[in-house]
Write a protein that binds this ligand. Sequence first.
Ligand code: AMP
Length: 381
Amino acid sequence: MSTPGTPLPPAPLPPGATIGILGGGQLGRMSALAAAKLGYRVHVFAPEADGPAMQVAAARTVAPYEDQAALARFAGAVDVVTFEFENVPAATLDVLAPLVPCRPGVEALRIGQDRVREKTFFAEAGLPVGAWRAVTSRAELDAAVAALGLPAVLKTTRLGYDGRGQAVLRAPEDLDPAWERLSPRPLILEAFVPFAREVSAIVARGADGATVTFDTTENRHSHHILALSIAPAPGPAARQQEAQRLVTRLAEALDLVGLLALELFELPDGTLLANEMAPRPHNSGHWTMDACLCGQFEMHVRAVAGLPLPDPSRHHDAVMTNIVGPDSFARWPAFAAQPSVSLHLYGKAEARPGRKLGHATRLLPLGSVAESPDPALLAPG
Ligand code: AMP
């Protein structure tokens, strides 16, 4: 019997229910495929008609995120709403939230959209962060550089991803051109972190507050775009667990239902600093689809649908290569021909440079990554 005032965990959505997804990209596509596995229908809402998620959706709304009438119709047609794209305007979720459950809620979206809010929230939640200052004027930039020193990284607080909207300041003469390029948008100056590597951790949190975390991943970038994820992140188990502990703490502080990814810098002494979060499935978790008992997309769908969260254990080590741009895409037959490699292509109409078009994951016996002098050499290719 429940105590008065104790909220009961919401009943799971039954098969045949409809999950609404805001955003039409590959994360929505892979979430929709995972939802179909559990017997759900997916209704995708996005401004573009032929995005990767639209191609596999049971129902589609092609409309701008600001279209109030389309949003109201969408809310009436779905049982729960989630998002696959963190730049969905928060105002869109504000319209939907009174009409239909939104998981995660608007607060996680709003915090993740703004680097200043994000860093402030990290610190309040007890996560370690590097030094930073908010910058809204040229005088504040000078003051921030005086406080943090050089090198430092100047970033737009909003709509920056894959290295867009940022500049590394190495010498005083770098300030003017960076300010010219990035202002008048609100900015943040971050002390340059001399990290040894970048890692990420992903947690799923259910409607009942239960959490499960995937193994921590080491991530390598090329031209600011994720190129390679290595799972598990090599190194002492205690470091892996610390990243998992931090992302779980963050999900609890956000009271989030769904999936949360946290990108971290690891310093040469093993200290971790939180860089940024994404309240959705994450590129660095794509390996989990093939190498875990339950992958990140199914875990996301289960959390959003109020289903129990199963064991996320890794049954293989994995190295994932992103397929970015036309040259990499042209090698798809080679990826498809490798027996221990799982190939995922996103159905994008145009193979433009810098665009994520697919990924390939090599599955390896457990322990292979730890034993390898350079696990990057195990990447599909
Ligand atoms: P972000 O958009 O914040 O993930 O930044 C993109 C990439 O730029 C990161 O993955 C890092 O490689 C690099 N970077 C960002 N912020 C810093 C920083 N404060 N210090 C050093 N490198 C950084």
